[in-house]
Design a protein around this ligand. Structure first.
Ligand code: TAP
Length: 494
């Protein structure tokens, strides 16, 4: 095996483009304010453990202040504003994101640990695309298929995870604002910085104060948002466990809720697939963003007669992956987001070995400081193994085999999740046959981890409910079919 990687000189992206403050307040009512009842915590670079900045952990009173600011903005400015004018603000934000793309990409890689190649070429362009896309909907809502006069819901409380910090923010904020809602958003504890830079972009865009409020903090801050009586709609992306707790807490209240939760996607490779292309898809499916991807192709199902060949090619390809400095433009796999996540990945990998699966990791030198995990595969995995059932949320792939298409479907669907799946085959009819039977919100054919703002995304079963993205994503932020519902001033004007 010629495992050799080409040796490249280091090509670090400069971090001087980012103007980091030493400490950040909360973004409430259009300005950065100090906490009322919270305290400060530090956010670190997972690649070096360097402290990047101090951030506020918002308390219940801070959350209350943010919800009130959002309500005032909804009642006085944003709710009554025409869709055309709301759209102009969203277009302005989208353009500012493009203008400041380099700064956003560097900051995302610093705070999250993801390779700059991904934040620069995937995350930030998709963030801008989401704002452009929903900006376009703002004045066309009556044609979206949700009734002749769809109205906003009110104040949306939004809680997001750390794996795609700014992209998840865009998935939440762009449709909410396009539909006329105002928001209180909490980024994850370990990745608050790009949301705070986004707050500066809102200021730069002259967005009316209170339309977007960013409160940083940990789980308790998220819970305070979800449980606040002034919140009309809860949008959550994160683990299934927390999602279930949120579903319980909003049950019996008038709050609307959408949940985007975990996954354990099957990536199914048939013997007629173009194997080199499939291997690229397998690598992209599980090692993109260090495997911190809810829809990651973390269960590989390979047709038995090509198993040896696929495994051999996969190992050869994995040996060429560059793991290291997220800011180096040659890096393929960056740092694990936190010490806690690294522990979870390491623990589940040990369980895999203890349960009898065989572990192989790509040969690579890991940096001394920071949180790192070499790209790893497990063979000899059975459906009962925990590594085949539980979401690892790291660069770890479980490989299983199948003989017939029916067996592939049976195994692919044998999971409590249902977020995504992949099919690799030359046969169009087989793609359609599989797509009909796979219980997953997204089914990719001969590709994986492709995202587009025009396309709905969401889960079956324990992967959540509701859809984000596309026309479907508007439904979560509209009260459809209630001509008199919605903003009182607008209703009076109508
Ligand atoms: P969680 O621990 O669930 O955290 C998600 C967010 O919820 C964070 O902001 C977290 O705050 C906050 N939170 C924690 N406890 C809460 C509570 N009781 N009430 C309200 N908010 C609370 O997930 P994670 O570890 O950050 O993210 C990984 C998970 O997200 C994976 O399971 C992954 O599959 C899923 N995910 C799903 C999708 C989609 S679209 N389905 C996309 C990305 C990720 P702190 O982080 O500050 O503690």
């Amino acid at each position: 095996m010629s495992a050799g990687k080409f040796e490249y000189a280091p090509a670090p992206e400069s971090r001087s483009v980012v103007d980091l403050r030493s400490s950040y307040g909360l973004f409430v009512g259009g300005e950065f304010v100090p906490t009322v009842d919270g305290r400060m915590f530090k956010t670190v670079s997972p690649a070096t453990e360097e402290v990047l900045a101090e951030v506020t952990e918002a308390g219940a009173e801070d959350v209350d202040r943010a919800v009130r600011a959002a309500r005032t903005a909804y009642d006085s400015v944003w709710g009554p504003m025409s869709g055309r004018d709301r759209g102009k603000f969203l277009f302005r934000i989208a353009r500012l994101i493009q203008e400041r793309a380099r700064e956003l990409a560097v900051l995302e890689s610093l705070d999250n640990g993801k390779p700059i190649r991904e934040s620069r070429d995937v995350d930030i362009p998709l963030v801008a695309a989401h704002f452009f896309y929903y900006a376009g909907w703002a004045d066309k809502l009556e044609y979206a298929g949700f009734g002749a006069d769809p109205r906003p819901v009110g104040v949306a409380g939004q809680v997001i995870p750390w794996n795609f910090p700014l992209l998840m923010l865009a998935w939440k904020i762009a449709p909410a604002l396009a539909c006329g809602n105002t928001v209180v958003l909490k980024p994850a504890e370990t990745t608050p910085l790009t949301a705070l830079l986004f707050a500066e972009i809102c200021q730069q865009a002259d967005l009316p104060p209170g339309v977007v409020n960013i409160v940083t903090g940990a789980g308790a801050t998220g819970q305070a948002i979800v449980e606040h009586e002034g919140v009309d709609k809860v949008a959550f992306t994160g683990s299934t466990e927390v999602g279930k707790a949120i579903a319980r807490s909003v049950a019996g209240t008038p709050k609307k809720v959408t949940l985007e939760l975990g996954g354990k996607a099957a990536n199914v490779v048939f013997d007629d697939a173009p194997l080199d292309q499939a291997v690229e898809g397998i690598v992209n499916g599980i090692f993109f963003n260090q495997g911190h991807v809810c829809c990651a192709g973390s269960r590989l199902l390979v047709q038995e007669n090509v198993y040896d060949e696929v495994l051999d090619r996969l190992k050869r390809r994995m040996a060429t992956l560059r793991v290291g400095d997220p800011l180096d433009k040659n890096t393929d796999v960056g740092a694990i987001n936190s010490a806690e996540q690294l522990r979870r990945i390491a623990t589940l990998s040990e369980v895999g070995e203890a349960e009898g699966a065989e572990r192989w990791s790509a040969p690579c030198e890991l940096p001394d400081r920071g949180y790192w995990f070499a790209p790893t595969i497990f063979t000899g995995v059975t459906q009962a193994h925990r590594i085949a059932r539980e979401e690892i949320f790291g660069p770890v792939l479980s490989i299983l085999t199948f003989r017939t298409p029916a067996e592939a479907v049976e195994k692919a669907n044998n999971t409590p999740y249902g977020l995504s799946a992949g099919v690799w085959t030359e046969k169009g009819s087989r793609i359609l046959w599989m797509a009909d039977r796979l219980r997953a919100g997204v089914v990719w054919a001969n590709t994986f981890n492709r995202f587009d703002p025009t396309s709905p995304f969401g889960g079956y079963k324990e992967s959540g409910h509701g859809r984000e993205g596309g026309r479907h994503g508007l439904a979560a932020y509209l009260q459809a079919g209630h001509p008199k519902a919605g903003h009182p001033k607008e209703a009076a004007r109508a």
